[in-house]
Design a protein around this ligand. Structure first.
Ligand code: GAR
Length: 210
């Protein structure tokens, strides 16, 4: 069984989907710790309820990104995780931190990458007149939201959609997407080689569509 550490900054609904999938045996893994850069968030409560360690490392208490990331990696490494899962973790990480976990760290982003890196992804998709929004899971590399793509799920944009309504439907889709990718990781089916995600040793030149 693989050992997972999950990083959150807020509600942790993706964390909950992962915890539930572990509990149900759909992921051959266990979340040993959840770390939040914000105190008091719901993701920490979800961790406690599931029996995982809940750790707060308040980024406001650190003078620099480098100092925060050094403490973050120190705490992560105490758990010796097989994989590091970013689930609504809203801090930009230093290259040094990211490089330490390349191939072991994944993120979920609420857009069909490479479209709409960064914030306000749903509003930007609506403003552009897109007919589909969605979410992407990717390996994390130093380029923000730019790491090798693994899997995507599409969500149709309705004519009268606003960003809030759309974000709720995308989030529900994320809850199906992320556990699937983490299960592949835990089964050893997903690997990173030469800058491309591989599923069952086959390069994913395009992300798998869910
Ligand atoms: C999710 O929509 C996730 O894709 C997004 O934050 C939300 C977290 O929700 N992540 C990012 O925007 C990362 N750049 P959750 O806390 O309920 O899982």
């Amino acid at each position: 069984m693989k050992n997972l550490v999950v990083l959150v900054s807020g509600s942790g609904s993706n964390l909950q989907a992962i915890l539930d999938a572990c509990e149900q045996g759909k992921i051959n893994g266990r979340v040993s710790a959840v770390i939040s850069n914000r105190p008091g968030v719901r993701g920490l409560i979800r961790a406690v309820q599931a029996g995982a360690d809940a750790i707060t490392i308040d980024h406001k208490l650190y003078a620099s990104r480098a100092e925060f990331d050094a403490e973050l990696s120190r705490r992560i490494d105490q758990y010796q995780p097989d994989f590091l899962v970013l689930a609504g973790f809203m801090r930009i990480l230093t290259d040094e931190f990211v490089n330490r976990y390349v191939g072991k760290m994944v993120n979920i982003h609420p857009s069909l990458l490479p479209k709409y890196t960064g914030l306000q992804t749903h509003q930007r998709a609506i403003d552009a007149g897109d007919t589909f929004a969605g979410a992407t899971v990717h390996y994390v590399t130093p380029e923000l939201d730019g790491g090798p793509l693994i899997m995507q799920i599409q969500v149709a944009i309705a004519a009268n959609d606003d960003a809030l309504a759309l974000s709720k439907r995308v989030l529900a889709a994320e809850h199906a997407l992320y556990p699937q990718v983490i299960q592949w990781l835990c089964e050893g089916r997903l690997t990173l080689a030469e800058g491309i995600a591989h599923l069952d040793q086959k390069p994913l030149h395009l992300p798998v569509q869910m």
